[in-house]
Write a protein that binds this ligand. Sequence first.
Ligand code: GLN
Length: 196
Amino acid sequence: RPRVGVLALQGDVREHVRALAVTGADAVEVRRPTELAALDGLVLPGGESTTIGRLLKIFELLEPLRDAVADGLPVYGSCAGMILLARDVLDGRPDQPLIGGLDVVVRRNAFGRQVDSFEADLDVAGVGGPPVHAVFIRAPWVEKAGDAVTVLARVGEHPVAVRQGHLLATSFHPELTGDTRMHELFVEMVLQRGRA
Ligand code: GLN
């Protein structure tokens, strides 16, 4: 069973642990740099990216996580987690810490006040079956993506699910719907890396 961590500093940690457990992964909460070495994959949950970024510094996880991403650890970021994986953020707080690794620029709280939160049924490339019911909560979108990034889903013209090699990110929160297909996709990425 792949051992998949959920960064547990702030955000909807338990929902991700539950969704991962349904896929058959061994899901563990992660708070310390020393816990990274034992992981086959890591989920960065939704929450508040500026708060999580600040806590990453306090818990001395920022540099170890950058190293882990550079070493090829599969990481899935949802919502705030997507922001943390981005190389840059628009409408972020000045100097908000990012892990980076994913060659995208995201716009924070991109959907604006009128549609602060909304739900949509999305076709996600690589996910079979009916459309994925996606929950967006003060979500970012991808404003710019590098050549190595594959867009898996969009709302209008805006990418809301992307993959770049071992990195996966969604603007939405699959952990809130009971549909575990995004987590299954991620665990598949984790297993593929283990075999490589
Ligand atoms: N708006 C939040 C942020 O900037 C993200 C919201 C979420 O994760 N649901 O971090």
